[in-house]
Design a protein around this ligand. Structure first.
Ligand code: GLN
Length: 306
């Protein structure tokens, strides 16, 4: 495994076209694109890494996997009345489908869907309490109490969040929101601004590779059925309108973020986190996808066969 990761890191270092960092969030625009990290966490507790696996980055939309898991834990299947389970085929911040679907986003991973989940999570709580719950959950999964929100990124997102505010107000116009739009947006921006490194992220995803059980404690985080379903949503919706391409090239459930991270799950085998800040035109990590493509080919771990 270490040899595979070293080879991938070396190949990524030699790749000239590293994509473009996200510029619509000014704080992310400042990140040096010449960085790469990969970590692989195995259910046995072993961890393998290459590149700058200690470096923290903004997990952005990868946080939506964790908020979905918390929402399912708290509210169960009732959440599916607020968000769908279908791939969107549209950009992550698209507003067009919301009108056709009367304010019900087609899945929990596009921005509108994650904002709807944030509204659900806020019910009966202050934003601080909900954020504490999300952070506590991620810290528990990663077995690391140092994981925190990067306040600078959160502020940067709030200041430039006109599109997300539009999505939220548009949904609210259908009467779906139960909480003040500002509180929902604040919660959403803050959970997107959680900073983690690839080691922490790969560990946090292990329950999805291990039938819902956190292997370190043996504690069931979700049922095996729920883990399977979260994985299926990641496979079909985790890369927005690039989900088909990602499935075609990598063949693993994955969730990307505009900070350049990707969490990929090889069910029964491993949880893999990659990070490289340069993005493709869709907003998914360019080298991250390339690295996972190589990884899946070298290990033969695609869910579609060797
Ligand atoms: N916080 C980002 C946004 O709302 C998340 C988008 C992403 O990672 N794709 O635009």
């Amino acid at each position: 495994m270490q040899t595979i990761l070293d080879e991938i890191a070396q190949q990524m270092a030699q790749t000239l076209d590293k994509g473009e960092v996200a510029t619509y969030i000014p704080q992310l625009a400042q990140v040096d694109p010449n960085q790469f990290a990969i970590s692989v966490a195995l259910p046995s507790g072993e961890m393998f890494s290459a590149g700058c696996a200690d470096k923290h980055f903004s997990i952005q939309s990868i946080s939506k996997v964790f908020t979905l898991t918390v929402a399912l834990g708290r509210l169960g299947e009732s959440i599916w009345s607020r968000v769908g389970k279908e791939p969107s085929g549209d950009p992550f911040n698209s507003i067009v489908q919301l009108e056709h679907e009367q304010g019900k986003p087609c899945n929990p991973f596009i921005n509108a869907g994650a904002i709807a989940i944030a509204d659900l999570l806020l019910q009966g709580h202050q934003p601080k309490e909900t954020l504490a719950e999300i952070i506590q959950f991620i810290r528990f999964l990663a077995d690391d109490d140092s994981i925190a929100i990067d306040e600078k990124v959160a502020r940067s997102e709030i200041e430039t969040g006109a599109r997300n505010a539009s999505l939220a107000y548009f949904m609210a116009s259908f009467g779906h929101f139960q909480n003040p739009v500002d509180a929902v947006l604040g919660t959403y921006f803050h959970h997107c601004s959680i900073a983690m490194n690839t080691q922490q992220l790969s560990r946090a995803g292990l329950f999805l590779a291990n039938n819902g059980i956190n292997p370190a404690s043996g504690y069931p985080i979700v049922s095996a059925e729920r883990a399977k379903r979260i994985n299926s949503l990641m496979l079909l919706c985790g890369h927005y309108d690039g989900s088909g391409e990602f499935a075609f090239r990598v063949g693993l459930p994955g969730k990307s973020g505009v900070g350049g991270g990707i969490l990929a799950i090889a069910p029964g085998k491993a949880s893999i986190a990659v990070w490289s800040p340069g993005l493709d035109v869709i907003g998914n990590s360019k080298l991250g996808t390339q690295a996972l493509e190589l990884f899946a080919a070298k290990t033969g771990w695609s869910v579609f066969g060797e």
